[in-house]
Design a protein around this ligand. Sequence first.
Ligand code: NI
Length: 378
Amino acid sequence: MNRLEKIKFLSAQHARQVIAMRRHLHAHPELSYQETGVVATIKGKNPDSKLIALRADMDALPIQEINDVPYRSINAGVMHACGHDAHTASLLGTAFILHELKDEFEGTVRLIFQPGEEKNPGGASFMIDAGVLQNPVPSSIVGQHVFPLLPVGKVGFREGMYMASSDEIYLRVIGKGGHGAAPDLTIDPVVIASHLIIALQQIISRNASPKQPTVLTFGKITADGATNIIPDEVKIAGTFRAMNEEWRREGLARITKMAKQIAEGMGGRCEVEISNGYPYLQNDPAVTKRIREAAEAYVGKENVIELDLSLGSEDFAYYSQVIPASFYRLGTRNEEKGITAYLHTPAFDIDEDALEIGPGLMAWIAIHELESLPVQHS
Ligand code: NI
């Protein structure tokens, strides 16, 4: 057996255990930061010569599961609806495989199990602060995420910009309420808010570069008046996404300035609160090219696809700001089995056949990454 065959064999051998672990985690989900970060190290030969890192996230979401499966969540209102149970189980499987092969590769693999991917400011930022990218600094970091748009058996990669930064915008438009039949005696915050929502879209269409993906969406408006009552205030909440840190800063500054000045110009005022989320995710071209080639050897070229840009966000982006990083997708869709629900929905599930591929693929990628590195002499 050559090494690739051996890894596939080990991955198949461990699949039942990995699936059992995934099911246990799925049945016992924990919300962001209820879990604790764990770092494990697997040392090969000459362990100080080189180092790479692999990452899995572990948290669940505040969603009530509707799937009728034996491993259904037993925690009411909490569900692994983003597949982080699968990520954790898969990386444990990778650990088994790498451990069994530790006499066959040079260097060290650091496995990062991080909490709190789903909640600002993102568990990755705490793990970095705690030093997971130091002493020594890994040459690269790779993350794997399940993907319900991709059939099981396939994996997806993308070099360069992949996912967006994400900031939450909270606007409080303050006017002066009164009788709906006497608007002249009021400062109508509903009308001010209406202007704001339209005007702020022009920041995207007139100020952002048309070559840069960016989006502003307001999904929540609360104006608690009535047919004949003008309220005192209107609350608006939304999200701003970008793929360029300079534009991100400029966009947020423009949103703040325009919201305040339009409200003031109309006789009211606007309080702006911004909750900063994750930065944009940049997949290092060299790392991505290497791990993509490794995946082509592992699953076959016909099963490796190019991912589309996404304006979603992911806290793996924090790692990508510190060291060369790449985030790829593991196909988990199976139309025949009816497994098609999207991430963050109460019907989300994965085709567990993916857990025969994920652990071995990541082990193969890890060894491939280590072999691509020159030996460092400390
Ligand atoms: Ni996720």
